[in-house]
Unconditional design. Structure first.
Length: 423
């Protein structure tokens, strides 16, 4: 009962702005925003609504009449927090907080709150803290009167002193520098682990997908692990890796990555780049989709856009998995199976019931045949360009100098071998 007393009553608003060329379908967008809010344990989501706007107002986002209407609604329902599903400028956020007398969070702030609540590893905590500070740095205007005060000497020497906002900004910058140094150490450790894995002849399979697509459920089914898997957005943040023996196939390392989401805050993409770059080291990417979701195609486009921003090119081996068949009605389930069967790189499954998982594993094994093989090479001293290329590709496992050149042991893919031979 004590826990109930400290829960904050929240209201979710999705602004459907007619002039926004990139606006999403308002119904599914509102559902996702409400699910994001519900992912925070201390929030009690009282209600959610779509606010249709002809255009965004620069000062308050909403028009005067709508502001008064929502204010009465918030007072009547004793709301303490309003979540606006979209970006708010610092001025809009401050003005709405003044008008409604409640705390306001925009979409970026909400996602940062969720990440902050879920981060478990040292790396995750540092990444979220950096993203939050980068976000707060742009929000200093939200603070009230103390930001207008001057501090410093009497003004006789060096002018009136610096404003509090400048001091706050500098303090954030100093903290960001400290966090970046700490994160650099963690990133170096991750890079060492990656290099160590590269020396082990196990192909890496990375699970990627929109948040709540069922990646962790599939990961648990394939590995027998107990990674948190709930019907909740961003149930897991920290990447998890396990070794898996594929039936009639190679032993692989399976990696479960953080879920993606539309309009993922740029601060988070930057902060989590080291984690997301695990995908770049993968021999095979498995894109898990929630085929039962009304916006499954739009979600898939968002995932592809983020993968492209990380540098994942179209020629990277990729299998698409249509998950959550069990949630579809029978006729749609059959249609999904039939459509997937027409594409050799697409598989319709249910990670929950296990349907289609054996066929998926067989396809993964086929895709990884000859993923990385060991070879021994002899290079003359004059083959400096070829030797440099091998080290750039990070395929050299061992090198010794012989009388007439270098003896190398490499672990590479068939594609890398062909590229080397074409040099």
């Amino acid at each position: 009962m004590e826990h109930d007393r400290v829960r904050t009553r929240a209201w979710v608003l999705h602004p459907d702005i007619r002039t926004d060329a990139d606006r999403r379908a308002p119904g599914p967008a509102l559902e996702e925003a409400a699910a994001l809010a519900a992912a925070l344990p201390d929030l009690d989501v009282i209600g959610a609504e779509i606010v249709r706007l002809p255009r965004a107002q620069p000062g308050h986002l909403f028009g005067t009449g709508k502001i008064y209407e929502i204010a009465a609604h918030l007072k009547e329902n004793e709301i303490g927090l309003v979540l606006v599903d979209g970006p708010l400028s610092p001025v809009q956020q401050r003005n709405l907080e003044k008008a409604w007398g409640v705390k306001i969070l925009d979409r970026t702030g909400l996602i940062l709150e969720i990440f902050s609540d879920r981060a478990a590893t040292r790396e995750g905590v540092l990444q979220v803290e950096m993203a939050a500070l980068s976000y707060q740095r742009t929000r200093l205007v939200r603070a009230w009167t103390h930001l207008e005060r001057q501090r410093g000497g009497l003004g006789f020497v060096g002018g009136p002193g610096e404003t509090q906002i400048e001091a706050d900004r500098r303090a954030i910058d100093d903290q960001l520098v400290r966090l970046r140094r700490q994160l650099d150490k963690v990133v170096k450790t991750r890079e060492l682990h990656r290099q160590a894995r590269a020396k082990v002849p196990y192909p890496i399979v990375a699970l990627v997908g929109y948040t709540n697509a069922g990646k962790s459920t599939l990961f648990n089914r394939l590995t027998g692990a107990q990674v948190m898997a709930e019907d909740m957005l961003f149930a897991t943040l920290d990447p998890t890796m396990r070794r898996v023996q594929l039936p009639d196939g190679p032993e692989v390392i399976l990696s479960d990555t953080v879920g993606f989401i539309s309009d993922l805050p740029t601060e988070l993409v930057a902060a989590f780049r080291a984690t997301l770059e695990e995908v770049l080291a993968a021999d095979l990417i498995v894109h898990v989709r929630d085929v039962s979701h009304a916006e499954t195609e739009e979600q898939a486009d968002d995932v592809r856009a983020i993968l492209a921003s990380l540098g994942v090119t179209d020629d990277r081996p990729l299998i698409e998995v249509w998950n959550k068949l069990d949630r579809l009605p029978p006729e749609l389930r059959e249609a999904a199976r039939a459509r997937a069967a027409r594409d050799p790189a697409t598989f319709a499954i249910s990670a929950l019931t296990g349907e289609g998982v054996d066929e998926l594993l067989a396809a993964v094994a086929r895709a990884l045949q000859g993923a990385r093989v060991e070879a021994r090479l002899h290079l003359a001293f004059s083959d400096g360009r070829k030797r440099a290329w091998l080290f750039e590709q990070d395929v050299v496992q061992e090198e010794t100098q012989a009388g007439e050149g270098f003896e190398l042991r490499v672990l590479w893919t068939a594609k890398q071998q062909a590229q080397f031979e074409a040099l």
